[in-house]
Design a protein around this ligand. Sequence first.
Ligand code: 5GP
Ligand code: MN
Length: 328
Amino acid sequence: MTGASTDAAEAVRCLADARRALVTSHMSPDGDALGSELALAELAAAFGTDTVIVNRDPAPAGIAEMPGAEVVCVAPTTPEDFPKGFDLVVTLECPGLDRPGFDGLDALPILNIDHHAANDRYGELNYLDESAPAVGEMVLRMYRAAGVEPSAQAATAMYVALSTDTGDFRYSNATPRAFLAAAELVEAGARPEQVAEWVHQRRSAASVRLLGEALRTLQITEDGRVASLSVDADAFARAQATPADTDGLINVPRAITGVIVAAFFKQWEPGVVRISLRSRGAVDVRAIAAAYGGGGHSNAAGCTVPGELAAVRQEVLARLRTLLESGS
Ligand code: 5GP
Ligand code: MN
């Protein structure tokens, strides 16, 4: 299963040839994950290919308001009739086959669609494009390749993917390609003000309480270049929050003047620490995440590390300081 990178037209053929596809994305799905899934399912339907979208975790509540999101199954395992009742698996935004959080996906041919720089190429077909601003934009290329006009609903889903992965067109992946796709999607019926409302104006009260908990743990290194936050199980309990309520909190330390690297440490259950990393410029935090078995992009990465919060935080911060010293 080592297919070379394929193009949008080949990915379309693979999808069109399937009878029933299981469509999935990574654990803790974000806007690109969910938006790409919904748009891909609509494209599949245009060819008469049935799809079942299954994610291990729910998407953030605001994003889950986008029309069509109600068809997504959130379950700890693949459906009972998998693999028997299916003939294809489509993974979106998953650099490794461990990312969906389901066992046994490789029982069927996999169409692997991703824009991460490091992808394991675990698919029968690997439609990979590092310079794509979002996987949603790669799905739009599939529509173009197929000559299928996206409905307003599919355009909205792809716009959610594109706008969330580019941080509202503020990150370095907000390329001409991203803006061209955005124009096309708005023309097809996506409404930026509506999407911004789902993405930014649907915070749970628990996430705001959790922000308060996290801010009390703010640490900034003496040189002002590394800022970090953490939340432990007690903080989650006090805020009546769940891991989904941590979405976006990393942007708070990241926004501090002079901060080059921001880190957010989350301990929800004993012995496991989930880490989000963000950086500016040439500082590659994916390297740190990858050292712990995680991954992501150069400026946005994550990993899960066994251990207890305080010790893990100290160790990772030491590595981040070393990374900064070596790079500047
Ligand atoms: P976040 O901090 O928002 O969870 O993740 C930031 C970026 O890193 C996203 O592109 C996400 O897909 C990636 N990422 C987060 N955690 C992991 C992980 O455990 N493994 C890999 N391969 N990528 C991750
Ligand atoms: Mn993405």
